[in-house]
Ligand binder design. Structure first.
Ligand SMILES: [Ca+2]
Ligand SMILES: [Ca+2]
Length: 352
């Protein structure tokens, strides 16, 4: 239903313009005793997720076809960041390494055209300058299949300037870093001595010790009772009731943690995982228990066949039941590894 809505936004933005005629676990992990693990001091800001076996995916009424079939997965224990990586943490990384993010570099047309239908003409140079995708609310209802209606390809938008030139992260040091590509997230993780979670690790951790529930907090609807997460309350993408008080990102730890002490596993910003996205991947895992699945060997999306995409999880401040309900623990989305946006960040894990 909506699995084709958030395709690789950067490439599709250009492709949309073209169409409009405007062209302008592995098991090899060293085995450690339970006592040895329990006596280890958690790395700063991380908590231990125990090993376990769970039913991954969903076949519920809100589930999209790529969330099923539900299948059995065993995951080894690991450390995970309690929060999304913040602007302050990412700034430390950049200060130490001089790293330049994908969004801060001009687009290489030779690379980009490999991800577009053959024969796509080169866009105008203005579209190839360093840019990223920012959210732009609409004035009223729009076709929810046309994501270009609420995304703007904004020059100079990057992690330091989340809404483009003139914006800044001053005072937002404890907000999640955004406009980071999958490549940027991996560079940070490597510097920090960590790695991105697999999709299975992420979902197991998001479930917070609960079994077969829809959300990290259980089954209660996101709009019932206390505010549970930073999402889009109201009608997307033009009417945000803003009961959670955050139109864009929120400081990490603004809402209650799940059973493992993890914050914002639902909402705030999407989080990169290490796996490739393949529309039919879960079908290959049906009827057996898979140990530490690390995703398919290649990416495929029938709705976006020219682009290899990585998994993102958890939903964002733009998620709403009428649109993507990305804050469900089984909900999955995808994006090309070189695409960042205003609502995508990450958190890291570390082997025990
Ligand atoms: Ca919100
Ligand atoms: Ca999140």
């Amino acid at each position: 239903m909506v699995h084709d809505r958030k395709m690789s936004l950067k490439s599709n933005y250009i492709f949309t313009i073209f169409l409009m005629g405007l062209l302008i676990g592995c098991d090899s992990q060293t085995k450690k005793s339970k006592a040895e693990i329990e006596t280890k001091t958690p790395p700063n800001g991380m908590v231990m997720i125990p090993s376990g076996t769970f039913m991954m995916g969903s076949d519920g009424p809100q589930a999209r076809p790529d969330e099923g079939p539900v299948h059995s997965v065993k995951v080894n224990g690991f450390w995970i960041d309690q929060t999304e990586v913040t602007n302050a943490q990412f700034a430390d990384f950049v200060a130490a390494t001089g790293y330049i993010t994908t969004a801060e570099k001009p687009i290489d047309w030779e690379e980009m055209k490999e991800q577009l239908p053959p024969g796509t003409p080169k866009p105008h140079d203005s579209l190839l300058q360093a840019s990223s995708l920012i959210f732009k609310p609409t004035n009223g209802p729009v076709d929810l299949n046309n994501f270009a209606a609420w995304w703007e390809w904004k020059p100079k938008a990057n992690w330091r300037q989340p809404r483009g030139k003139g914006s800044s992260i001053d005072g937002k040091e404890d907000h999640p870093v955004v406009h980071v590509s999958w490549d940027d997230a991996n560079a940070y993780a490597q510097w920090a001595g960590k790695r991105l979670p697999t999709e299975a690790e992420w979902e197991w951790a998001a479930r917070g010790g609960l079994r077969d529930k829809i959300y990290p907090w259980g089954d209660e609807d996101i709009e019932v009772g206390a505010v549970k997460a930073n999402s889009w309350e109201g009608t997307f993408p033009y009417d945000n009731l803003n009961k959670d008080l955050f139109f864009y990102s929120a400081p990490v730890k603004s809402f209650e943690a799940n059973g493992y002490g993890l914050y914002d596993m639902a909402g705030n910003v999407w989080e990169w995982c290490s796996d490739w996205y393949h529309y039919d991947y879960y079908k290959t895992l049906k009827g057996k228990t898979t140990n530490n699945p690390a995703g398919p060997s290649e990416s495929f999306d029938p709705y976006n066949p020219y682009i290899a995409q990585r998994i993102i999880r958890g939903g964002s401040f733009l998620c709403n039941d009428t649109y993507c309900s990305g804050y469900r623990v089984a909900s999955k989305m995808k994006s090309s590894p070189d695409t960042g946006s205003q609502h995508t960040g990450f958190r890291c894990v570390k082997d025990l």
